[in-house]
Structures are given as C-alpha cells and as structure tokens.
Design a protein around this ligand. Structure first.
Ligand code: ADP
Length: 483
C-alpha cells in the first residue's frame, strides 16, 4: 500500500454511542472508528472513515443537529419504500443516518419487540446503504458491518457485479452468534432477495441475514480469539459451525478494547475518591462510602463481591445464586446491580431478604451506581455460559475489581491467571456450581493476604485494555484485504 493512498472504509452498525446505545455494540461502534482514525493518523496514513447508522428515533435529528442529505426510493413487492438520509460529522468522522419514512417506523426503539418490523427496518436499512453509496458516487474500498442487523450488506455487496474489476471487500464482526435475524424471511421475499445457497448451512439458516452475510463476507471477525475458535463448535455456532470449520482461513478473533478516557478511576467524576494503581489506599474510601450509603456495617475488611450485569441465563446467573447461597457462611458482602429476567430479579430480592446484612440488590440499569461498584468492589462475578468478548471484566480490572469468571470467550482472553506473579483475575471451568465455588473460595483465601491481593489489583489496573491494540489489529486486516 502506498503511503499517499487514502483507504476508504464504510462502517455500519445498528447502534453507536453517542447517538444510540443499548449494549456493548454501542460502545464498540462508538469507539472503534475513532480509534482507527487516530491509529492511521499516528502512522502518517490517510483513512477516509465514514459511519452509517439507522435513524431509529426522529428526535435524533434535532438532538444532534443532523442535516438532510438526500431521499431514496426502494421498490418492494407491496410497497414503494422511502428513506431519507441525514448527515453530520462527529469527531471529524462523517456519519450518515438512514430514516425509514415509508412505511413509517412504528417504534423508536433500536430493537423493537415486533420481530417483523425490526427485520424490516434492518433489511431496508441495508438495501438503502448499498443504494446510497451509488447515489453519492462514493465507493469505499471496504465495508465493515456488525452482527445480523447489518449483515445483509455483506450479502448484497458480495452478490454485486464488480465495476472495472473492482468491488468493495467486506468484513463482518460477530458480537453475538445466537442472534441471527430470525423473522427476516417474509421481509426478504418482499424485497425479492434470494436465499443463500451454501451447502454447509442447515436449511433453516438460508434466509437469515447473519448466515447470509457470513457466506459472502471476505473476512469474519469474532470479538475475541477464543470466541473465533468456539464458533467452530456446535455449542457456540448453533448450526453454522460446519461452515466456519470449512472456512477457518476467513475467520479470526480480535478482542475489543475499552475507552480509557471514559473508564479511568483517576478521573472518574462519579466515584467519591479517585485513585490509581499506585494509590490503592484511596480506593478504600469508595467502599466505605458505598457501605455507608447502603447501610452495610463495617468491617470493610470483608471482601465486597459485585454483580453488574443483564440478569439473563447467558450470564451464568443460576451459578451466582447457587454460589451465594452455598458460601453464605463465609465472610463476604455482595451488591447485585442488574435487570432482566423477572425470575432472576425475584430470586436476588429473595436472597437479600434471607441475608439482609450481607446482600444488597438493586434491580435497575444504573450507570452511575455501576461506576461506584467497579470502584468499591473487590471481586466481580462473571460466570457467563458464553461471553463473546465482555466489557465488564475489562472495566472492572481497570478499576482494580478482580474478576472471577468462567474460562470462555473474551473472559479467557482478557484475564491472566498464570504465572502467579502476573495474575489479574480468576478463571474456572467447566461452568458448574462446584467449579465456580472452588474458584471463589480460592479468591476469598487470596484476598486475606493483603500484599498479594494488592499485587493482583495493580497487575489488573496496569494491563492495557485500550482500543489502540484492537484498532491496530483491525487496521492490519483492512490493509491485507484491500491490497
Ligand atoms: P453485554 O454487552 O453482553 O451485556 P458486556 O460485559 O459486554 O455485556 O457489557 C456490559 C456493559 O453494560 C458494561 O459497561 C456494564 O457496566 C454495563 N451494565 C450491565 N448491567 C448494568 C446495569 N444494571 N446498570 C448499569 N450498567 C450495566
């Protein structure tokens, strides 16, 4: 690649901070384009990076002062669809927003509960993205999409005929394999999109956007190297493993990073006492403040276990409930922050009623409290059954809160257990109650050795989880594909 050559990339996602954030994908899509831009600038290379998102909610237009760019009509079998494209620069990166006007969006949620409408929105979005590039006369070298919502773009571009022997390469990043875009079949019929004819797929997968995108993408990136390996097995790939096994050359894993400015215990304005790895005594003040706020009695010497999570079975919540009940005779306190499955919400509340001096439950989504828990907690429990990457363990380590996690996916790739002197957390497998409890007991024992624990904390806090490493890996893949 010549150094004077500008690389043109279009990055598509269903959500990206600061415009929309529902989960980890919003963090990722809000951070990676910026990190890539600064990576290229740092290396003296030119990158024309542009981002495209659906406009889920018309309020975004005034909130973020978007400008109208153009209208596009997309024919369907029953309806003539109309999309309006808005634009603004954010952090010097052009952002496009596609607003579905006809048929009118009935929900302003990023992921509406109505499966058909959600499938329709993302199908129309993907088709419009491809049309928009033609209408603007801007031909990216590469299009980078994320998860099922935007995977139809990979499929459509893959099926396009090259112009002058060239067409954009495409990358599809997989953040969550089980969500393949169910309910898309009638929508694709409406738009006259043919199913994928890939022998390695089970028949039910041929009209689903994620497998369709996987078949046509030039590169598939899982959000951690371990998740990439796991995707070649049935337990994690849900029927698509045969395809991955047959195409390991186009599957790789890159672990996500976290935003080091946003997650910094030395600067965090929400926590009561800022601290760094060289000043762990100040960290204790956060625990004292939290204990006072929630009415936990001293002694603070007892380790504080925290759970900051969606309360869904994927997160190993059953294991947490079992482990807390079985180790309740030991010295620890716990704060649970989460919401989700009502059965789990009820179970944690019930556990709190049995152990009111030991367990405190907050059933809500509360980003401020989450920060206070990262700063006050001694251990974060993450026995996830599967975890493609996971951000919470990285944030926790940055804040000196040590993860106790199932050795799976991104947890396995980001938590160091060996050699002992480099330990940043604890891993167990298999995902059983007894393995989890054994691991938790080991961490509780280690906690009582104050000097050893401080070493683990400072190892964790000093480890580099910034986006720059991941951006460098993505940049390498971009260049390899384009050359
Ligand atoms: P996932 O995206 O699968 O939910 P991640 O670990 O990748 O899991 O990201 C979870 C993010 O959501 C973290 O930033 C975590 O702090 C945050 N989070 C999870 N539950 C809550 C909650 N109840 N309140 C505030 N933040 C939460």
């Amino acid at each position: 690649m010549k150094s004077d050559q500008t690389i043109k990339i279009l990055f598509a996602a269903s959500e990206a901070e600061p415009f929309y954030k529902v989960g980890g994908l919003g963090d990722y899509a809000g951070s990676l384009p910026l990190a890539l831009k600064s990576h290229f600038t740092h290396n003296g290379e030119q990158l024309d990076m542009r981002v495209v998102l659906p406009l889920h909610d018309p309020h975004t237009i005034s909130k973020f002062q978007l400008h109208k760019l153009l209208d596009l009509t997309i024919p369907g079998k029953k309806t003539e669809n109309l999309c309006r494209i808005y634009f603004r620069k954010y952090e010097n990166i052009p952002h496009y927003f596609i607003h579905q006007l006809i048929p009118k969006l009935e929900s302003h949620a990023v992921y509406a509960p109505d499966q058909y409408q959600t499938a329709y929105k993302f199908a129309l979005f993907s088709i419009t993205v491809v049309q928009m590039l033609e209408a603007m006369g801007w031909r990216p070298d590469l299009i980078h999409t994320n998860d099922w919502h935007t995977a139809l773009i990979n499929y459509l571009v893959g099926k396009q005929k090259p112009i002058n022997n060239k067409k954009p390469k495409t990358i599809l990043t997989i953040h969550n394999m089980p969500f393949m875009g169910y309910g898309s079949e009638p929508v694709y019929d409406e738009f006259g999109i043919q199913p994928v004819s890939e022998q390695a797929f089970p028949s039910w997968a041929k009209y689903l956007p994620l497998p369709m995108g996987i078949a046509e993408a030039d590169q598939i990136v899982a959000v951690s190297p371990s998740y990439a390996k796991e995707l070649t097995t049935q337990n994690f790939a849900y029927g698509i493993e045969k395809y991955f096994l047959a195409h390991t050359e186009k599957l790789c894993g890159i672990i996500n990073g976290i935003d080091y400015e946003k997650w910094d215990p030395a600067q965090d304005p929400i926590i009561s006492s800022n601290y760094s790895s060289g000043n762990l005594a100040s960290r204790m003040k956060n625990k004292s403040k939290l204990f006072a706020e929630i009415g936990f009695k001293i002694p603070e010497k007892e380790p504080l276990l925290v759970v900051i999570s969606r309360l869904e079975s994927q997160k190993g919540i059953d294991l947490i409930l079992d482990a807390m009940s079985e180790t309740a005779g030991r010295k620890w306190k716990a704060v649970i922050l989460g919401s989700g499955h009502h059965g789990y919400e009820y179970a944690f509340r019930a556990l709190e009623r049995v152990f009111p001096d030991k367990i405190h439950t907050v059933i809500e989504y509360n980003p401020q409290l989450a920060r206070k828990l990262y700063a006050a907690g001694d251990m974060i429990l993450m026995p996830s059954l599967y975890e493609p990457c996971g951000l919470s363990q990285m944030i926790a380590m940055r804040y000196g809160c040590i993860p106790i996690a199932h050795a799976v996916g991104g947890l396995k790739d980001s938590i160091i257990t060996k050699p002992k002197t480099k330990r940043t957390g604890y891993l167990f497998k298999p995902a059983t109650k007894s393995a989890f409890i054994t691991c938790l007991k080991k961490a509780l024992r280690d906690y009582s050795d104050t000097a050893a624990w401080k070493k683990i904390q400072s190892n964790a806090m000093r480890f580099d989880f910034s986006w720059f490493r991941s951006a460098a890996n993505y940049a390498d893949i971009y260049k390899q594909l384009i050359k």
